[in-house]
Design a protein around this ligand. Sequence first.
Ligand SMILES: CC(C)(COP(=O)(O)OP(=O)(O)OC[C@H]1O[C@@H](n2cnc3c(N)ncnc32)[C@H](O)[C@@H]1OP(=O)(O)O)[C@@H](O)C(=O)NCCC(=O)NCCS
Length: 142
Amino acid sequence: MEIKDFSNDFLDDIMSIEEKSFKKPWTKEMFLSSVSNANTRFKIAFENGKPAGFCIYWTLCGETEILNIAVDPQFRRRSIAAGMLKYMEDDVKNENSRVVFLEVRQSNNAAVNLYFKFGFEKTGVRKKYYAGEDAIVLRKII
Ligand SMILES: CC(C)(COP(=O)(O)OP(=O)(O)OC[C@H]1O[C@@H](n2cnc3c(N)ncnc32)[C@H](O)[C@@H]1OP(=O)(O)O)[C@@H](O)C(=O)NCCC(=O)NCCS
């Protein structure tokens, strides 16, 4: 796996992964808007030159939040998400971040397992955060 910065050349690949991954996918405009924020990092994982997944996170005042992460279904269970989380952690430590937060649907077993395996801990619940479904708030001190 190779990790590179997002570029517009890969926007259609990212949209395809996003639409296969979420019931309410981000729009192109949301991806492009995230890139325009100087605090945001948008990384793409490549397998044999093909975009296989992506991770978007931002760091502000020593705290990082994961905004979006997904892996193309055809590349899942090959440690791509785990590799992106490791990359993110090393990257934001260099920006003096000491904690990472994220929200996840409580029913999203794949993601919840991924985060627990990576050392995240549950710190709270946001009731009905996702149109009727609770979000679990997870945190990892890095
Ligand atoms: C969640 C997601 C990013 C995981 O990507 P992935 O590259 O397949 O994950 P990895 O291969 O790195 O898995 C690492 C660990 O996560 C857990 N995990 C991943 N997928 C899982 C699944 N379908 N069921 C149960 N546990 C799972 C396992 O503990 C796994 O370790 P193992 O393979 O040694 O058992 C991927 O399923 C996805 O894109 N889902 C849709 C988008 C999404 O839900 N994003 C998260 C929003 S918060």
